[in-house]
Design a protein around this ligand. Structure first.
Ligand code: FPP
Length: 263
């Protein structure tokens, strides 16, 4: 009889051991991630910030594969915020270039694994080449149904909420909507995430404890999971750990404990 638990060293053994601890009946349908720490990760190694973004691509792949393995239906990544336009032009250009190269380079893999690509945000603000590449990849993956990866690009929640208010105001003005008929569903249907379930779990890397203008309406009941790990170091095991932690929490939605788990 083994007295000590076996020491797991190979990454695949660690993944498997963590995966075993995940209850497949309570996997979040939607996980959202604020990928943070690329710049600091690179600067700590004396590299340009862009090197951090380039290394972050592997983490995107790891997060996607991990989600796909445990049956998460939606993964939403905060890839470029409205505020990120104010970064040095060279960094913005490098990020756009990286996005195009990644989408083109991964397209075959996305299709082979049933991954549908989607975007939210003011994509009209993106450079033409970027927009075209994204639109082509969205069309090419539209029939895939294993998991949807949504990239938030030129996105901010306040931008999205202003758009929603404008849309509702216009409909009221034109007599197509009565103010008293406005419900939570009316709002949700006019957000860029219409049709996507709200995230149950929001992950942020790099030790920051902020929401940074991301999915403010949609995360009303999300569980938040913060890790000091910088995004380029984020691996499958971190995602599994976040899900295990999520499953240990009691989600009460304003009720009391006995109402959520009777008996
Ligand atoms: C935040 O780190 C990260 C970003 C603004 C961009 C994330 C982009 C990628 C991972 C590259 C490609 C993405 C896709 C979806 C193909 P930061 O620069 O804010 O880091 P810092 O807080 O250390 O400065």
């Amino acid at each position: 009889m083994a007295i000590f638990a076996p020491v797991l060293e190979r990454p695949e053994d660690i993944h498997e051991a963590l995966k075993q601890r995940i209850d497949p009946r309570r996997v979040p349908r939607h996980i959202a991630i604020i990928m943070d720490g690329n710049g600091r990760w690179a600067e700590r190694q004396g590299e340009h910030r862009v090197v951090g973004h380039a290394n972050g691509v592997r983490s995107v792949r790891e997060a996607l594969v991990a989600c796909r393995e445990i049956g998460v239906e939606h993964l939403t990544l905060y890839a470029f915020s409205t505020e990120n336009w104010n970064r040095p032009k060279a960094e913005v250009d490098a990020l756009m270039d990286l996005l195009v190269r990644t989408v083109v380079g991964e397209l075959e893999e996305l299709n082979a694994n049933g991954v549908r690509l989607n975007t939210i945000g003011d994509t009209n603000a993106l450079p033409e080449s970027c927009r075209t590449t994204l639109l082509e990849a969205i069309a090419a993956t539209a029939q895939n149904d294993k998991i949807t990866i949504t990239l938030a690009l030129s996105y901010s929640a306040r931008w999205e909420l202003v758009g929603m208010v404008r849309a509702i105001a216009q409909e009221v003005k034109e007599g197509r909507l009565r103010p008293e008929a406005i419900t939570e569903a009316t709002v949700a249907e006019r957000l860029s995430t219409a049709g996507i379930p709200d995230p149950e779990l929001l992950i942020r890397t790099s030790g920051e404890h902020r929401i940074s203008n991301f999915l403010l309406w949609q995360i009303a009941y999300a569980e938040l999971w913060f890790t000091p790990v910088m995004w380029p170091d984020f691996r499958k095991e971190h995602l599994f750990q976040a899900v295990i932690d999520y499953q240990c929490r009691e989600r009460r939605f304003g009720l009391i404990s006995e109402q959520v788990t009777p008996g």
